[in-house]
Design a protein around this ligand. Structure first.
Ligand code: ZN
Length: 283
């Protein structure tokens, strides 16, 4: 991506076949070199959006479930040294939030990504809002129903356990029909699937309503794979918000659907790179 936010080239590869961090890092470096060749432009900075926990202050990967063996890997330092450029990393929900924020620019901006899990990032005055020691507040894991299903976060009935695409599929049964298949069936008029979509909108709405009451953002943007069927969900979500948020000015809080879709994290990572480059130039 260039400094104006235009995508110049893209590439992708899976990480499963090369599980070790060392082998994967070699592939990442090769991929970046290939991009340099393709665009005939030297890389000037590197931004990374990664499933958490990651430490944005040190650039070190934490105990990420999906990346066994990576804990303690100083990915930012490794890539910065390999290319002699500044680099930065954020939790993918925060990167997605930053990417999407660039298109909206609200002072209090909340991004929620609903896919296999639920991740969310809050952008205040253009800056990612962090917790203590740079930690990432896990808004997708606040409890909605204490008698709900157990989650790996330790809670029962947290938002992710009830309203993620995975939760939707699990609840539907029939050998865990994927969420997109449930939406497709609902579109064809399948009564059971329609009920599942209604339930999904309800639980999504509860979490959104809680965040509106707690944070009063000027805008909430909903993204991720599940929101590709936003047309089937938004009315239900709005109904819950109207029923739940009696004490805050919901008419001043716009709830919108992501404009970037699956490119949000990529766009945010590119913004991190630009920020890292600007910081280096300024120092
Ligand atoms: Zn949870």
């Amino acid at each position: 991506m260039d400094a104006a936010g235009r995508f110049l080239a893209r590439t992708r590869f899976g990480t499963r076949e090369s599980n070790s961090p060392q082998a994967t890092i070699v592939r990442i470096i090769e991929a970046i070199r290939a991009i340099e060749g393709e665009t005939a432009q030297p890389i000037q900075a590197i931004g990374i959006g990664c499933t958490g926990p990651v430490d944005p202050l040190t650039g070190v990967i934490g105990a990420v479930d999906l990346l066994p063996g990576w804990q303690g890997t100083p990915l930012v330092e490794i890539l910065a040294e390999a290319f002699h450029v500044p680099a930065a990393i954020e939790n993918d929900a925060d990167a997605g939030a930053l990417g999407e924020w660039q298109l909206w620019r609200d002072d209090r901006f909340l991004f929620v990504s609903v896919g296999t899990g639920i991740g969310a990032g809050l952008i205040l005055n253009g800056t990612i809002s962090r917790g203590v020691d740079g930690s990432h507040p896990e808004l997708g894991h606040h409890t909605i129903d204490a008698s709900g299903p157990p989650c790996y976060c330790g809670a029962r009935g947290c938002w992710e356990s009830l309203a993620s695409g995975t939760a939707m599929a699990r609840h539907f049964g029939e050998g865990a029909t994927p969420a997109e298949e449930i939406f497709a069936r609902a579109r064809r008029g399948d009564a059971e699937a329609r009920q599942a979509v209604e339930r999904q909108a309800y639980y999504l709405g509860l979490g959104v309503a809680n965040l509106m009451t707690i944070l009063c953002p000027g805008r909430i943007v909903l993204g991720g794979g599940v929101l590709e069927s936003a047309d089937l969900l938004m009315d239900g979500i709005q109904t819950v918000i109207q029923n739940q948020c009696g004490l805050v000015p919901t008419h001043r809080m716009d709830v919108a659907v992501s404009k970037l879709g699956s490119d949000a994290v990529l766009a945010g990572a590119a913004r991190l790179a630009v920020n890292a480059w600007q910081q280096q130039e300024a120092s």
